[in-house]
Design a protein around this ligand. Structure first.
Ligand SMILES: [Mg+2]
Length: 256
């Protein structure tokens, strides 16, 4: 095996048409008892626990203007943690609150996914299928979604079982810690220690581009999310694509 290829999920592999966001907002209402508008807040690049914390914070306390944009790139557990801390929640209660909210989210995301058509983005099915059949590639996920949320979102696409290794928002609230988690799992699975540009991280946000910098990974950005080509280019990914409709070009970039 020559490459460990790690895909982000939301707006990279699929468009869930807001299912994840609706489930998280509903979970926050159920667990924290608060609700509100998103305003300029973006879920992109964040982890599930991070989002929970952000929104609870945004809706429950403090100045919303000061909170928007603060947490991009954080994982969902981290957002919940920060929020609870800001609200003065005792330390030993914070993890329990985050866990409760994420558990409720997992119940709700299954319902939400049942109501929408999860859309596989252009070229993704062809690319992922080709990579899964390539013996030089170990195919994986690197996502802010918690484990069960990732499975539930990808199950309707038929692609989930093709991913052999993964790092999730439930592994660390910090996206920047997820590449190390994925590399360790890949080594356990294959006996091979992937390093540097053998590791390929593919995603739609600056957080995806930057999360593997400490490991010197190859970053491939796709502008299929909220961030434009120009915005992503400013973060200097190794490769940048408008989308993956020319999936053979992305495949070449992965193996280059
Ligand atoms: Mg994404």
């Amino acid at each position: 095996m020559e490459r460990l290829v790690l895909f982000d999920i939301d707006c990279t592999l699929i468009d869930g048409h807001g299912a994840g966001g609706r489930a998280i907002m509903h979970a926050i209402k159920d667990v924290y008892g608060v609700e509100g508008e998103l305003g300029d807040y973006s879920f992109h690049g964040r982890t599930d626990p991070g989002i929970v914390r952000d929104l609870a914070d945004l809706w429950g306390a403090g100045d919303p203007e000061a909170i928007v944009g603060r947490y991009e790139g954080e994982t969902q557990p981290q957002v919940v943690h920060d929020l609870a801390a800001q609200l003065g929640t005792p330390d030993d209660m914070i993890d329990a609150l985050v866990d409760a909210c994420v558990a409720r989210y997992v119940e709700l995301i299954e319902e939400e996914v049942g109501k929408v058509r999860i859309e596989v983005l252009p070229g993704v099915r062809e690319l992922v299928t080709a990579l899964a059949g390539d013996r030089s590639v170990l195919l994986g996920l690197l996502t802010g979604n918690v484990t069960e949320g990732a499975r539930i979102k990808l199950a309707p696409t038929g692609l989930y079982s093709l991913f052999q290794v993964a790092a999730y928002g439930s592994d660390s609230a910090l996206r920047s810690e997820l590449p190390t988690v994925a590399v360790a799992r890949a080594e356990k699975l294959t006996g091979r220690r992937f390093a540097g540009k053998e590791i390929v991280v593919i995603g739609d946000t600056p957080a995806d581009i930057e999360c593997g910098a400490a490991l010197g990974v190859k970053a491939i950005a796709v502008a299929t999310g909220r961030h434009s080509l120009a915005e992503l280019a400013a973060h200097e990914p190794d490769y940048l694509f408008e989308d993956m409709s020319d999936w053979r070009a992305v495949y070449e970039a992965i193996l280059a």
